[in-house]
Ligand binder design. Sequence first.
Ligand SMILES: Cc1ncc(COP(=O)(O)O)c(C=O)c1O
Length: 403
Amino acid sequence: MAQYLSDSMDTQDLLADGSEYLTQNYARAPFVLQSGKGMWLYDTEGKAYLDFVAGIAVNAFGYADEGLIDTIRQASLGLWHISNLYHNAPQIALAKALIEKSGMKQVFFCNSGAEANEAALKFARKVAYQQHQTERTKTIVFSNAFHGRTFGVLSLTPREKYQKPFAPLLSNVEVLPFNDIDALHQAISNDVTAVFIEPIQGEGGINIADAPFLQTLRELCNQHGVILVFDEVQCGMARTGELFAHEYAGVKPDILTLAKPLGAGLPIGATLVNECVAQAIEYGDHGSTFAGGSLVTTVAYEVLQRLSEPTFLEHVRVTGQYLLEKLQQLTSPHVVAVRGRGLMCALELDVAVQPLVSRGYEHGLLMVSAGANIIRFVPPLIVETSHIDHMVSILQTLLNELD
Ligand SMILES: Cc1ncc(COP(=O)(O)O)c(C=O)c1O
């Protein structure tokens, strides 16, 4: 039906209706995407785009994956929604699989990354409340962090442009410099409820936390009874070539938040908690009507199994390394830095990147920025080296066109 609707309308009419009827809080590209297969998307005019965005690090298996279509077709014959007043088997199966793979204790399901972090914030507060630690009012985050846009986690996303129009936000949030071990020693004390960190910052520009930094953070949180939250909404679930991004540091969080690729495009988030946090959560502390429905959890279970296959993770590591090397071979005086891990890479320039992203559209390439001067590469995890070659050759052309 949706396809029929857009087929029957002129693209310009759709864009005009979009500006008229949708709230204008996104800067959307000037075309309408209609279908896709594998790494490629097609707009209403039939133009093809090679996708290095994956719906912002969501579509791990690209588009129209036959296995997932079969799974969702089967699941659609069952119960779509029953609420959390009742048990459903796919939700329990997914929870068990996530816990077995992560070594955490229990999971709370929700519908997005922001909600997964909201739950983490509440659960950390609940631990302090249960322990009568009223002095623990501070939350620590890091410069360039992005934890979401809902009110609680917006307070943990220290960017003036996002926060200023909505002040006052949650009080007593301290922002520390990323990868600065001395700052950790100075700030982490018994007045802190929780520390939130993305082991690899996504929106903030693909900044990788050093392993010793995460290890020190873990030690200090242990010493001072602080809940450590790893936000792996963007970097988790195989994106870096390991199922969980923090594996490289050899430390575990008290709370781990996941979302984007977990439903391969269906909305689902998950807040995984260790035993200390799990025992503090009681009936009525939190909830969500839609969360963990059997349709989405059936798909997520399948996604999780496929993402955890050792050969799949190896594919991400190998193609990720290839992507990094190809980006490093770009020649332009405007390149400032190239960095990344797995299929989560960044190209930092000394100029604004949005004009390049827009010119990429003309060449049939989808890219996304992460800050004013950084292009982020988070393709579907099924990307092959031939796609990377194609993307890099377009990018080199775009860089050559810069003054
Ligand atoms: C690290 C991180 N946390 C949280 C979020 C918020 O997720 P959502 O947009 O699903 O609410 C994002 C989204 O980009 C993210 O990258």
